[in-house]
Design a binder for this molecule. Sequence first.
Ligand code: NDP
Length: 280
Amino acid sequence: MLLDGKNSAKEYEDSLRLKIDKIKEKSGRAPHLTVIMVGNNEASKTYVSSKKKACLRVGMTSDIKYLDESIKEDELIALIESLNKNDDIDGILVQLPLPKHINESLVVNTVDPLKDVDGLTILNAGKVFTKTGGVAPATPKGIMMLLEKYNINVCGMHAVVVGRSNLVGLPIAKLLNDSDATVTLCHRQTRHLSTFTKSADLLVVAVGKKDMITKDMVKPGAIVIDVGINRMDGKLYGDVSSEVSSIASYFTPVPGGVGPMTINALLHNLLELYEVRHDC
Ligand code: NDP
């Protein structure tokens, strides 16, 4: 069965729109997201534009600051510091990757954790990892929202996550563990990867390699979440081969699976940050 991220996201947006209308009525303004985009990466440009469009669809506001590839690190930091102080901005998102001459971690951690809509600051990551609140990164959060939407309870399942980035693999492993799945985290140095993937009740793949998971690596009846986005000849592909859909109990398509839920979770995080800052 298809885990339809596109339609689930649309339904969530409908409910969010009502909440935003109420907020606007009460406070006179909607939550605002500022996105910082450095350089000309075509994929990043598409992502930032879809994030802005999603904000507008639900009645939130958003602006994108397009900055030249050659911007100096201290200039970028000064800009973020000024956005941190601006009370009309509720969320700040630095689109990654940044050019090589800029220290990504330093820049990301300049964002005020109370405006860190992507949940990438050390403080938010620490809070999520110690279960003391905080904002979870949008993609893992979006995956959990999609599972919830389809009433999939992961308690007791063996969840195998392939990929361990701070953005996706590591936090989704943590969130699945918090939901009482038994989690195995695999990466480049994992020996006999298919031994693990084949024993998964729930398989999450976040690597960035087209067709790296084939049918023979998946247990029939498993739930398969494909996070990968691979662009080839103007088309998008996931990390999981299309033949896997014939044996999975549930699977996410690419595009239309995890991608729209990531944007959904971003809107969710923005609203949550707005509510915390405005004591709603
Ligand atoms: P990273 O490159 O940061 O991480 C990739 C991970 O895959 C690493 O942990 C790496 O292991 C692991 N890996 C690489 N090769 C193998 C292998 N042969 N076997 C096992 N593990 C391997 O990528 P991200 O986590 O940022 O993104 C992963 C994918 O998800 C990309 O395609 C990206 O475009 C997509 N993505 C999609 C989103 C969406 O909204 N749908 C959002 C964010 C990302 P090691 O740590 O050992 O190097």
